[in-house]
Design a protein around this ligand. Structure first.
Ligand code: NAP
Ligand code: G4F
Length: 325
């Protein structure tokens, strides 16, 4: 019989890539969406899988909706990708961020514990939990957490709860500590997509500049399509565990600008980029670079798409979309 998976955050970036992977593996996929008058299916439409998913409604902040869902669906695997995932806004909406990212996870874990404790649970943890801490410039499974944003703090609560339910109740709960991963369906407020969209608009004469914040921050950027494979692999192991998932390379925003602009034939991006303090953060995470040796060794996972390939893929996709507008 086909395995049944519930994915929260199905309309975001990772949800569609994970759903596509699970559908290819013959899973029955349920996708949790919030109630909207006009839901936005553009990301799953982009991957061509909208008709293959069964949508169920609920909200991470509404405990009873999650209790009912787990009670009725009894999924084999639950992937919790839902979040207020934008670090920048988490200072302005710290309470909402905590309700969705922290309490929402507690509600979902309890729903599983009460109604279907055999379900395997994946929690979307994040490299943002490390803050500026590292072991000589690298973050691994051993690096202590030191979050610097309300988002990072909210995710750390969920991370520890996920671990606690494993230790306290023997549930199969695993967290992936994923470093930044991007794609053509990345939200436009995140820096990579903001740049790829801006570069396409500048190239096609529709905009004149891109306004950005801190250009010196470094991120370990991988491709979302690669990273969702690690999520699935974590739930196929004999034992639950937590894993860092990263590419092991780090690049600054300036590096991203270099590759993106050069790809459309513009050698110097400086005339097209304005630094606007509005996009700077009250506390920045300066450098993220992950060591995912454990995931490589135990899951047999490794990233396939390089940094240059990722940037070009995103710019090409936006050139096509902006061209069609
Ligand atoms: P995303 O594009 O922002 O998607 C998040 C999804 O969560 C959206 O579909 C959103 O629904 C849903 N959501 C928000 N609040 C909700 C609520 N109250 N109830 C139900 N659903 C709600 O995020 P992503 O990039 O796919 O990331 C997936 C997960 O991985 C997130 O938990 C994120 O924090 C984590 N993560 C991401 C990265 C990364 O680099 N992408 C790295 C590490 C960890 P709507 O569509 O209705 O708004
Ligand atoms: O693209 P970002 O907004 O991603 P950030 O803050 O690293 O968070 C993403 O990755 C986390 C994993 O490490 C996830 F957990 C989280 O959900 C999200 O997916 O910003 C990246 C960097 C930051 O240093 C930011 O200050 O880019 C810098 N930046 C510079 N100018 C900008 C801008 N970021 C945004 N969003 N917009 C700018 O104009």
């Amino acid at each position: 019989m086909a395995k049944r998976a519930l994915i929260t955050g199905i309309l975001g970036q990772d949800g569609p890539y994970l759903a596509k992977l699970l559908l290819e593996k013959d899973y029955k996929v349920y996708g949790l969406i919030r109630r909207y008058t006009n839901p936005n299916f553009s990301n799953i439409d982009y991957l061509g899988i909208t008709d293959d998913i069964e949508f169920v409604t609920g909200d991470m902040t509404d405990e009873s909706s999650l209790l009912n869902l787990i009670k009725n669906l009894r999924p084999d695997e639950v992937y919790n990708l839902a979040a207020q995932s934008f670090v920048g806004v988490s200072w302005e909406q710290a309470k909402l961020t905590t309700e969705v990212n922290s309490l929402g996870v507690l509600y979902l874990l309890d729903a599983i514990r009460f109604f279907h404790p055999k379900a395997k649970f994946y929690q979307a943890s994040t490299s943002e939990m490390f803050g500026n801490n590292s072991d000589g410039g690298v973050q691994s499974d051993e690096t202590p957490f030191q979050p610097r944003s309300p988002y990072g703090i909210s995710k750390l609560y969920a991370h520890w709860m996920t671990r606690n339910y494993r230790e306290s109740y023997g549930m199969f709960t695993s967290s992936g500590i994923l470093f930044n991963h991007e794609s053509p369906i990345r939200g436009k407020e995140f820096v990579t997509r903001k740049i790829s969209d801006g570069v396409a608009k500048i190239k096609l004469g529709k905009e004149k500049e891109i306004r950005l914040g801190n250009l010196d921050a470094s991120r370990d950027w991988g491709f979302a399509g690669d990273f969702v494979e690690a999520m699935w692999l974590m739930l196929q192991q004999e034992e639950p565990d937590d894993y860092v998932v990263a590419t092991g390379e780090t690049h600054t925003i300036k590096d991203y600008l270099d590759v993106a602009f050069k790809h459309v034939g513009i050698d110097d991006w400086k005339p097209y980029v304005t630094v606007d303090p509005m996009f700077k953060r009250p506390a920045e995470v300066d450098l993220l670079k992950g060591d995912c040796s454990k995931a490589k060794e135990k899951l047999g996972w490794k990233p396939k798409v390089s940094f240059d390939e990722l940037v070009k893929m995103m710019v090409d996709a936006d050139l096509e979309r902006v061209g069609e507008e």
